[in-house]
Ligand binder design. Sequence first.
Ligand SMILES: [Fe+2]
Ligand SMILES: [Fe+2]
Length: 278
Amino acid sequence: MFMVRCLVDNNTLDAARFRTEHGVSFTIETPTGQILFDTGQSGDVLVHNTAQLDLDLRQIDALVLSHAHYDHTGGLEAFLQKSRPGLPLYAHPDLFRERYATKDGQTRSIGLQMARIDLAKHATLNLSAEPAQVLPGVWTTGEITTRTEFEGRSSHHFILGNGWQPDPYRDDMALVLEALSGLIVVCGCCHAGLLNTLMHVQRIFDKKIIAIVGGTHLANLDVNTLEHTITILRAISAWDMPYLFLNHCTGERALAALAQAFGKKVKSCPAGTVLRFD
Ligand SMILES: [Fe+2]
Ligand SMILES: [Fe+2]
C-alpha cells in the first residue's frame, strides 16, 4: 500500500489549515519507509503543511528532487535543517546546472540555490540518469531520453552553454510506485513532457499505469496541442484510462479539458490531498 500526500501546491483543499505557494511537494508513505518528493518553493509552506498533516520531516527516509527549479527545490534548506543527517537524496546529475528564466527583458536564476558542497554535508547524493530504486517498489524514472512529444517546455527557460540555449530539462524525472494494482506515476513539473514521461515509464516498467499524480505543465498549451495530448493519452491508455490527480503547473484550462475528455477519472490534487493506492 502506498499513501501519497500533497504537502505543497498552488491550491489547497482547506484554506484554514493549509498554506499555498507556486510549487509542489509530496510525501510517499510505503511499507518500508517514507519519501519526500520535492520541497516546494519557500520551506515555510512545507513545514507548516507537514505539521497540519501530523507528519514529521525527521521521519523521512529519502528525498527525491524532480528537477532543479526553485519551486521544487526552494524548501530544501528548511527540510535539511529538520531531516536526518546523511539521508539519501536522489536526483539527475544535471541538478546543479544553472537555470534561467527571462521575463519583461530581465533574466533571473531559477535553479537550485544550494551549492553541491553544502548539500553533500547534509545528504548522501545519489545522482543518476538511470532509473534508481529509492525504496522497495519506488523508482525514479531516470532521464526521459525519448522526447517525441512537445508539451512540458517553456519558451522563457534557458541554460547558458555555448551562448543562451533553450533548457533541455535533462534533469526532469518523475517517480514510479509499483502497487499491486499497477503503476502510479508522480510528477513534479513534467518538463520532459507528460506523454514522453508516460511512454518512458511504459517502456521501462512494462506494467499498467493506474494513476498519474502531480504537475503536468499543460498550462501554456494552445488548444490544438492540448487536443493532441488528450488524443495520444487516450490512445496509449487503450480502454483503461489511469486516474489523473493533477496540480501545480497543469493549469485550469487543461484540467477542465481533461475532465471533459475523461470524466471522473480526473481530479485536482491541492495541498492537503491524501491518496491511497493498494
Ligand atoms: Fe519546473
Ligand atoms: Fe514547477
